[in-house]
Design a protein around this ligand. Structure first.
Ligand code: PEP
Ligand code: MG
Length: 542
């Protein structure tokens, strides 16, 4: 077969090559009916795979418990019970022995049947377990496929993935290719943070890729290549080497300030939620953490996390930030970050928290406790009004007990940008979330959108107004959305007066280098020109 190039959209930069690990492949790939003689061996293979899956999940649960993540460990442990469920085994065996389907197909099919039954149950808690059974089936099917198909060295190929899937699978993977998905979906953010190339929106054609097939993922150009030719492989290798050297250079310059050629300082912080991300960010010279998405640490929580659970999870990260800026965002649950106990809730971010004031206060107390040795900043997500900030401030004051923490507002809704002046009066810093802001202003669907056009003048005007409001109130403004590390957007943001950029851990070094290569005066002029030109064009249209 010659090369086949599939076109999608870049969701995380970088080029990688590896063997495909197909999570949702075409079901009929293995459709030949087994001979009667083969069936007993195949059924034993399936039974072994379920056992192996149970042991694997047990190990993951133990690791989670060791990391103090009891709530998630419990969820994973229910997966162990599912893998050992005699009804599931009986179903798998019947499919293999009676119908002659392969172990891999039988495991997925039986898990699907069980999941469909669960989803029909009136008890919502049980209905929610449907996805977990599918995941057990998927894992067991991957075990049957053998070591060559484990995720460790592979490129993940799937229909879609949630942020939790990426966090679990990606640290071992080389890259990710999705048939669906959006560029600012949280799965993409986690991939960028881990420095994993990712392409989304590749369409159903992607799922024709066979498990174990060699593929190239070009996260810069947004393509996936099946059967890459020699020329393309050598370009990919050279690119990977160039990136490795760039990282080394960034590490070597980690102590040099990020300062423009004409002497303007820009603070570069990291978006990091785990100790591994933080380590990478610090190695690349991050001046602290500008966004710790606390909700990513509790995506599988069965209830609002307790004070102790939160302190246990936050402490290992925050203890590495002694005396340094640590910006912890309150739970931004909702959308593609909805834990089981909140499914069905329509509110998001601070609205959801203010509906559960006890849970909000518990979180504030846990952050203050875990971050007691840091220069602590607490960030409020999805703000739409100054009143919400005042309510959060009231609850924070009650738990401070003499300690200090700054309270800042995410400006990521059009309402917040329109109220930036009022919000600046009750906040100690602002942080612009360009991911949500761009999608909300332009009416796009964040989980599916193939673009994030932050340079659209409707978005830029809101960023400019936010920056002016913050400076008039003498408070700093940062950008923690993905635009802060996009080559075309970053200098425009700095030109609009943004003081701090908070970027994925793996991007810290490169962004610091871009700052050193730019001129602040030129950026200011260019940003102003973009606003003026657009203003002029819209006046002409009137
Ligand atoms: C944003 O919306 O830009 C942001 C940083 O928050 P999140 O991506 O977690 O929604
Ligand atoms: Mg957001």
């Amino acid at each position: 077969m010659g090369e086949v190039v599939l076109h999608g959209v870049s969701a995380a930069p970088g080029i990688t090559m590896g063997y495909a690990v197909v999570l949702d492949g075409a079901r009929n790939a293995d459709a030949a009916t087994l001979s009667v003689a083969q069936r007993a061996v195949e059924a034993q293979g399936a039974a072994d795979a379920l056992q192996l899956t149970a042991s694997e999940l047990e190990r993951i649960a133990e690791d989670l418990r060791e990391a103090g993540r009891d709530a998630e460990a419990e969820i994973v442990e229910t997966g162990v019970l599912m893998a050992l469920d005699p009804e599931l085994s009986a179903r798998v065996e019947a499919l293999i022995v009676d119908l002659g389907v392969s172990a891999e197909v039988a495991l997925r099919e039986a898990a699907d049947q069980t999941a469909a039954e669960l989803a029909r149950l009136p008890d919502p808690a049980l209905a929610l377990r449907a996805d977990d059974v599918r995941s057990v089936g998927r894992r067991a099917a991957a075990c049957v496929a053998g070591a060559a198909r484990t995720v460790i060295e592979g490129v993940i190929v799937a229909r879609t993935l949630g942020p939790a899937d990426v966090a679990e699978l990606a640290p071992k993977a080389k890259g990710i290719a999705l048939a669906g998905g959006g560029v600012t979906a949280h799965a993409a953010i986690v991939a960028r943070s881990l420095g994993l190339p990712m392409v989304v929106g590749l369409g159903a054609e992607l799922l024709a890729i066979g498990d174990g097939e060699e593929v190239l993922v070009d996260g810069d150009r947004g393509i996936v290549v099946r059967g890459p030719d020699v020329g393309r492989i050598s370009v990919a290798r050279a690119e990977a080497e160039r990136r490795r050297l760039a990282r080394e250079a960034a590490v070597a310059r980690r102590l040099e300030p990020a300062q423009t050629k004409d002497g303007h300082r820009v603070r570069v912080l990291a978006n990091a939620s785990t100790a591994a991300e933080l380590r990478e960010a610090m190695e690349q010279g991050a001046e602290g953490v500008g966004l710790l998405r606390s909700e990513l640490l509790f995506l599988e929580a069965p209830a609002w996390p307790t004070f102790e659970e939160q302190v246990r999870v936050l402490r290992p990260v925050l203890s590495r930030l002694r005396g340094t800026t640590a910006t912890v965002r309150l739970f931004d649950f909702g959308g593609d970050k909805t834990p089981p106990f909140l499914r069905g809730a329509s509110a998001r971010g601070i609205d959801l928290l203010l509906d559960a004031p006890q849970a909000l206060q518990t979180q504030l107390a846990a952050i203050v406790e875990a971050g007691r040795e840091t220069d602590l900043r607490i960030l409020v997500p999805m703000v739409t009004s100054a009143e919400q900030m005042q309510a959060a401030r009231g609850l924070l004051n009650e738990v401070l007990g003499g300690r200090r923490a700054q309270l800042g507002a995410m400006i990521e809704t059009p309402e917040a940008a329109a109220s930036a002046q009022a919000i600046s009066a009750v906040a100690e810093f602002l942080s612009i979330g360009t991911n949500d802001l761009t999608q909300l202003v332009l009416g796009l669907d964040r989980e599916q959108s193939k673009t994030a056009p932050v340079l659209d003048v409707r978005v830029l005007r809101l960023i400019a107004a936010t920056s002016r409001a913050a400076h008039a109130a003498h408070i700093p403004v940062d950008v923690c959305g993905e635009a802060a590390s996009e080559p075309g957007a970053m200098s425009v943001l700095v030109g609009l007066g943004v003081d701090e950029l908070s970027v994925a851990a793996a991007r810290v070094g490169v962004v610091r280098q871009w700052v050193r290569e730019m001129r602040y005066a030129t950026s200011r002029r260019q940003s102003q020109k973009l606003l003026d030109e657009a203003g002029h064009a819209s006046r002409e249209r009137v």
